[in-house]
Design a protein around this ligand. Sequence first.
Ligand code: HEM
Length: 176
Amino acid sequence: MGDRPRLPLLEAFIYETLRYSSFVPITIPHATTDDVELEGFHIPKGTVVFINQWSVNHDRSKWPDPQRFDPARFLDAQQRLDRDQAGSVMIFSAGQRRCIGDQLSKLQLFLFTAILLQQCSFHANPAEHLTMDCIHGLALKPQPFTITALAMCIESLLKGGTAHLQNHAFPPRFRS
Ligand code: HEM
């Protein structure tokens, strides 16, 4: 974890992935416990409300060119992580029922991604058409696709062998 401050682009990449994919597009529904006036709107007690996180993360007034995947939007002029900008990504909801696992998740995402990228190289399958279409649910899931994951240490052991990892299988299936 000591390397975290020295890997701002990786953190920026993770935040942009959370923003761009918005893979929890709407939050868990809750209900108002009282009548509420909000920016001219009257919301009666007992109304079911939830947050459209996808919309927050693709708001043009906050995110220039929101449909472009651009980790650099989270880096400041000195190429450090812009914490204010990172804090504007909404994927863990907001308010009193906000996710309690947000810090743990960010830590794990960082470690998981850093270790995978340090130890492996990933290659798209040229025979497959890549798409951002997804399978809808509480969380958005990518359509099935295959990649080639080359682990540096295994690669030398296998003398150049290639492991194919199917993203929709858990635990991952490898075929070589
Ligand atoms: C990237 C990973 C995660 C995402 C995107 C995520 C997102 C969310 C969202 C959107 C909610 C709904 C909040 C609401 O009701 O408005 C939620 C609730 C919750 N999350 Fe997560 N979560 C993640 C990981 C975790 C982890 C690792 C834990 C536990 C260690 C966790 C524990 C919870 C709990 C307990 C709630 C219910 C909070 C409440 O109702 O008061 N989450 N999460």
